[in-house]
Design a binder for this molecule. Structure first.
Ligand SMILES: [Zn+2]
Length: 90
């Protein structure tokens, strides 16, 4: 007994109808890593941001540092921090 169920509802793809989001939650920084499973190929990565921040890394150690720097940049990027001056006191 049991009714056959179809595919689950919901599409795991986020579609943006508006190419110009002005809610301030647009992605600013990107991180792209190319790490082939082969040991003979050196992994590389690129991290860039709309504020002009851009970094390239070649090699495992350099890629790991780039990832760390990318995460750090997201806390110091002037675009992600709209108000560098004037603290908002709670
Ligand atoms: Zn930035």
């Amino acid at each position: 007994m049991g009714e056959p169920k179809g595919v689950a509802e919901g599409v795991p793809i986020a579609v943006r109808p508006d190419p110009h989001p002005d809610d301030g939650r647009r992605p600013v920084a990107w991180l792209h890593i190319v790490a082939p499973p082969s040991w003979g190929v050196t992994p590389s990565a690129r991290s860039w941001c709309t504020c002009g921040y851009e970094r390239h890394a070649i090699g495992r150690a350099a890629v790991l540092q780039l990832v760390a720097a990318h995460g750090e940049h997201r806390t110091t990027c002037p675009l992600l921090i709209p108000k560098p001056e004037g603290r908002t006191a709670a």
